[in-house]
Write a protein of this length. Structure first.
Lengths: 363, 363, 363, 363
């Protein structure tokens, strides 16, 4: 329970706070809006202080105070409260002081998860990234020196000093191109053209390394999660370990909120679903049939025609594992066990419900 | 029949409509063009209303009215007609009212297919994309706050409020760089440089995730389609299921319009073709030879010299499966069955036609 | 002979021609330069006319006139000569007429090879590219309509008509951002921000599809070439077909000009080389040892310490196949045959030359 | 020793030198800063001269003078000293002469390693890159010619000559978009739009080729290093060669500085570590336990619950090989040997330390 609530809760409070903060900086806004904004900001701060103190007390009681304080979440909680409260106490409430509230954005859950993933990728690809970053700075620096030599007499304000030339080089090498500093001599323009083309090359390398690393790391994490989920589905227990490994690689995890339509009767489907956590309701004429963790549905898309025979809706937030028909074919060509398992289970089901609920399988 | 026609038909009507709509907004165009444009727009609208009503009646008769109304195509048909007709009735014909005709673009078939693919990719990569989007907004927001602090005194118009600073940050982080708001202080320029470099990194991650997800999903869909096509080619029936799976992965689907030259006599070829649907004509001296679904041609490129011995032309819109020499070598190294099959079939053919049509194989 | 010469020859003539053409458009250049440029252009044109006529005569004699005229090279040859000659005859020599000489660029060999590869990629990825292009145009069009509505009153010149708004949308969606048309209302800036972020997404998809397709197609072509080269090396004849296929995938082709140092004595090496075509010279004390097609060298890097024991230089333009130590380890773990072959060959060599040329292996 | 020191040493000296050089070009800086900068530059130059002479003497004594002079490092050392010293002697100390100090940046170690990797990638992908570069120049050139024709009358200064039009085309095709030269006619804007969209396509190809090549080459190099490291870990000696190859592909190398926390007690872990070089300290209650090269730790994350039972810190700069739980599962599903090895070793350890140091395994 302590984990579920904050996701939406934090998102709401942080959004309210940030929007109020933005409104506060607009000097031509009517006084009413500015007053409301300030009050909303005080309310958000109060909530975050209460949350932080609550967590500190809870952590102190359970003897994990140090662990909490050193965790990413604990740091985010502290940063959201301490600097802003200190600034308000010292300097009073002013739009500038409230700018510190931008630290609240660090409380958003994806921020920490995304940053931890990014952290890992950067640590593992550090050498390649360092090579490209060095290449970037070498090009940047030589470009700045050369354009400084070419343009300093014509445009002393923009290119007369190396810091100015470096600013131009960053603007150009990243292909941003503001146009506030632009070479005017022929030589300067030639250098600019080469820098732009060089920018594309560096950018290509940079993109490639980050993209490759990020993709590999996400797949790795997804595999670990899938493998844990698959291990907990009793239905798969009889498969060989190597088959479970392969299956964990094929399944795709889909987290669905409550009351979401997973499959709709009459549509054409190309995948089946295993319930890793949560529950769904198969809507058939004589009333809904409930399926819980470990059950599967939609298998007729793989065994039969592909047209869904019933609508399936989640009844609570659920984690489903999707097996697509393409992967199912490839997998069962090598491991026929799973196909037999699913067919026999589907057969059993079909027999059990044959008269009353021929369509209850949701396939 | 009901499916084929609309592809070119819609493309034509939508193009005419959109071009007319654009012409209508050009205030210095001669009156004749404006009148013609308006008439063309009314004609397009009439066609779409007729099409929509026709489809509604057809769906109501076949009892699929609800399914049609809820389908992507049904929504696009309704959106193309209802809002525009309502606006014309309420406000009369004016260039502004006709702007609603831009919804017609949703009727183009690739729009819906592309959007459904994109939808799936986004759903499956939601977590990674959310991480990167959060990272994007964190950088965006801190950049805006910092440049607001650095530049608000020098340039109150552009950077005096956070919305202005955020606009600058988006412009810079996406490397668009209009140049209408540009930092002028040393600190502001340093921040700008860091934001641009950060933009490259975020962009790299974004590109990588979308590209990887899109590539995987396209390959998945292609595999399902190929697998269905291969299963329908009688020639492959004798292959083991695992070989069919592997073959479906190697084959590349090529949809060709009517009367297209597939291979040309005398050219060097590096692939053979299986006909999944449609028909082709092998042009040999004593008259053309027809080949239908399940047949193959061009196999001499894999077995012999590689020079095409006849020209082959489609006689109707056809779906061909291409097997390249590289994949053929790799595949038959592991599964020699296919090579034997093709060789024996080619031998049979060679024998049958040996005297009259030595070149009829089109290989 | 007819193939080798044109590569450098065309590059030189085309470069001279293009540079002269550029010089001709510079109106403040001294008359001498303009005269020289014009003469150089006439000379280039004369050479291309002579080449074209020569090729036509040669093709007509060998009965391949039609094949030549319809080939990519034949079209490029004709386009380089006919339009320009016609323009010069009709309108006389002027900088504008000479602009047609820009068609000469199509004679460069990589242009045709690159364009044929690109052609193939575009044909195979046509569906995905069409989806993304449609998405691009949908975003482009809606962005233009919305910004037209938001800005047309404030900036009628830039955003008053849809063509203007579309120009702005292309500039923004491709993240070019000239800054000549910039939204000024709050709503317009919000739309601009969303368009820029959408531009990143579309760009990511576009990049991903083209990059994936291009990489797959290049690998495919490289494999076919390698497979043909490997099949012609007698040394590999004794390997199993599946091993040859795998080897063709591991080897990397390296085309080297004459008199190039392949490996240098004393450097650390991590790959060995097979000669597919051409010849090399191993420089040892008692005089150089020649190696021709089918021979290998540098094998000590894989079997021994990795320090090169002799310098090896190509004596004619050669095609080498590189086998890296990593791939060698992986390959011989599964197929120990190649390692035995190389070891026994290296042993033989070592014995033969043991006294006089211990270092002749170039390893 | 001669290798370790320069990494930080060079980074410091080069940074001091470059910053001083930048300061020297700022004409409005106070004289004190300019004097200090100049002195710092002289000091840096003196250090580099001393280093170069020292290396030359050392190389001459050990008979490797030629090898040193021709190596990348030797060239960088010479370039850092000779041109700058010559300029100072000939022209005296001036900000312009000191700009030559920008060559110092080539002394940074990643510069040479990154450039050598880039060199290799460019050599191997030369054909594809040449195709795309040609395509880039073809588009660039035709764009320049067309916009020159469309705009030369309206804007003779910017588009009147081809060099100007080419500068605009580079700016646009790389999506930099300064905005200093902008088409104003309808036709010119249409060309500009097409060039921008073409720029995206070329950029996509460019990015894809460089990224693919770079990723493949880095993986190759990493594999060779890993393979050498794994071969030196006695623990792996009993594995089959094919298993060692596969393991070398799974392990990820992590170079860690001295006194770094590798794993922290109480955190959840998903990987184990092998020590390839260096040493770590497992911190348990009764005093630290030292582990050296060939040892492993953190294995409980793979065998047990995943919660780390002790903190592990490096005691010297170490090279660790990381095996993630996902890879461990996949690897041991095919090769159960490693799992037995680790379990038996973990069992032995557990038995040995059972009473005094139950937590000493650091798992």
């Amino acid at each position: 329970m302590m984990r579920r609530i904050p996701t939406y809760f934090h998102l709401t409070i942080v959004t309210v706070g940030i929007v109020s903060m933005i409104a506060l900086t607009m000097q031509d806004a009517p006084p009413l809006i500015r007053q409301t904004s300030e009050r909303a900001l005080f309310a958000c701060l109060a909530i975050f202080i209460a949350e932080w103190l609550g967590k500190l007390v809870y952590a102190a009681r359970s003897g994990t105070l140090l662990a909490y304080a050193r965790s990413v979440g604990g740091l985010a909680d502290a940063l959201a409260v301490v600097p802003l409260a200190a600034a308000l106490l010292l300097a009073g409430s002013s739009p500038t002081a409230w700018l510190i509230a931008s630290l609240w954005i660090l409380k958003l859950p994806p921020a920490s998860s995304g940053l931890s993933l990014l952290n890992r990728v950067i640590a593992l690809e550090a050498r390649s990234l360092a090579s490209v970053a060095t290449l970037f700075f070498v090009i940047l620096f030589f470009a700045a020196v050369m354009v400084h030599l070419a343009e300093r007499e014509q445009q002393p304000a923009a290119f007369g000093s190396l810091p100015g030339a470096l600013y131009w080089a960053v603007t150009t090498l990243t292909t941003t191109g503001y146009g506030d500093a632009v070479p005017q001599t022929g030589l300067g323009r030639l250098i600019a053209g080469l820098v732009m083309i060089g920018g594309l090359a560096v950018f290509g390398l940079w993109t490639g390394i980050l993209a490759t690393g990020f993709a590999a790391e996400s797949r790795r994490r997804e595999f670990i999660q899938n493998w844990q989920l698959v291990s907990n589905v009793p239905f798969f227990k009889s498969l060989a370990p190597s088959a479970i490994i392969e299956l964990a690689r094929l399944l795709r995890r889909w987290d669905m909120p409550e009351k979401t339509v997973v499959i709709r009767e009459g549509r054409v489907g190309d995948c089946m679903y295993f319930i890793a956590a949560g529950a769904v309701e198969v809507q058939v004429k004589h009333g809904p049939v409930k399926l819980g963790p470990g059950a599967f549905f939609g298998e007729m898309a793989l065994l039969g025609s592909g047209v869904r025979t019933a609508t399936v809706i989640t009844t609570e937030p659920s984690t489903l594992l999707i097996l697509e028909v393409a992967d199912f074919r490839a997998f069962t060509a090598a491991n026929p066990d799973l196909a037999h398992l699913i067919e026999s289970e589907a057969g059993k089901r079909g027999g059990k419900h044959a008269h009353a609920a021929e369509k209850a399988k949701g396939g």
